[in-house]
Design a protein around this ligand. Structure first.
Ligand code: ADP
Ligand code: MG
Length: 212
């Protein structure tokens, strides 16, 4: 079954729900090594995406995601908003003009999002950020598709890799963003951004499981 723009819209709506449900959890994680606003930021940003969706419902996947990215940038301050905004805008560029997506397209979008965050955040894997969830997910999804896995299998492997990546941030020393101001005291806490990235990737896999 092809992935359609209706699925992209559904993904954004579900993500808004998931982030709303996890608002306190993400904020709690951010209170340990940041300024206790990550859940509030993500919730506000995705509620703003929901407001913009009616204006792009009949548009291509690229336009839907670019509009979502701009909605994040315009409604969320700090680091998380602009970084996630860049991720969604870059994912949108990778899907420009497309109304139907293959698993390869989803991978290309996720990879573009990863590269966008790395460029904008001047960050790389191992620095205790959202990159540590997204990068292993991209690698796992690429390996899965290369070995002939279908969309569901590829997204489930990406989710497992993102979850591991998220947990692997616990012993890491934060080298980017507010958490880096804590130095050694950042060790022992799970990164909030890696956690929200895992939740978004898991949402994709859940949708694929229901469609399969
Ligand atoms: P802020 O840090 O401005 O309060 P948030 O709390 O919304 O913003 O987001 C914090 C998250 O942003 C961190 O947990 C981390 O994953 C991510 N982050 C911060 N700086 C960077 C960076 N330079 N590159 C990638 N991700 C980053
Ligand atoms: Mg914060």
């Amino acid at each position: 079954m092809p992935i359609t723009t209706a699925d992209v819209l559904e993904f954004l709506r579900r993500s808004a729900d998931v982030l709303h449900e996890n608002k306190e959890y993400l904020t709690e994680l951010d209170s340990a090594i940041g300024d206790a606003d990550h859940g509030i930021n993500m919730d506000r940003g995705f509620q703003n995406i929901l407001k913009k969706l009616p204006s792009v419902e009949d548009k291509d996947a690229g336009t839907i995601l670019k509009t979502s990215g701009m909605a994040l940038v315009s409604s969320v301050g700090g680091a998380g908003g602009p970084l996630y905004g860049t991720a969604f805008m870059q994912a949108g560029m990778a899907l420009a003009g497309k109304y139907e997506l293959t698993a390869e397209d989803v991978l290309a979008a996720l990879d573009a999002a990863l590269k966008g965050v790395m460029m904008r955040g001047k960050s790389k894997p191992g620095q205790k950020t959202m990159i540590d969830a997204i990068d292993p997910a991209v690698t796992a999804m690429r390996e899965a598709l290369d070995s002939g896995a279908d969309t569901l299998e590829a997204l489930e492997r990406a989710t497992a890799a993102a979850e591991k990546g998220m947990k692997d941030t616990i012993p890491m020393l934060a080298m980017k963003g507010r958490a880096s101001y804590l130095g050694e005291r950042s060790i022992g806490h799970q990164d909030p951004g890696a956690t929200s990235s895992y939740l978004l990737i898991r949402t994709m896999a859940e949708m694929a499981r229901e469609k399969a």
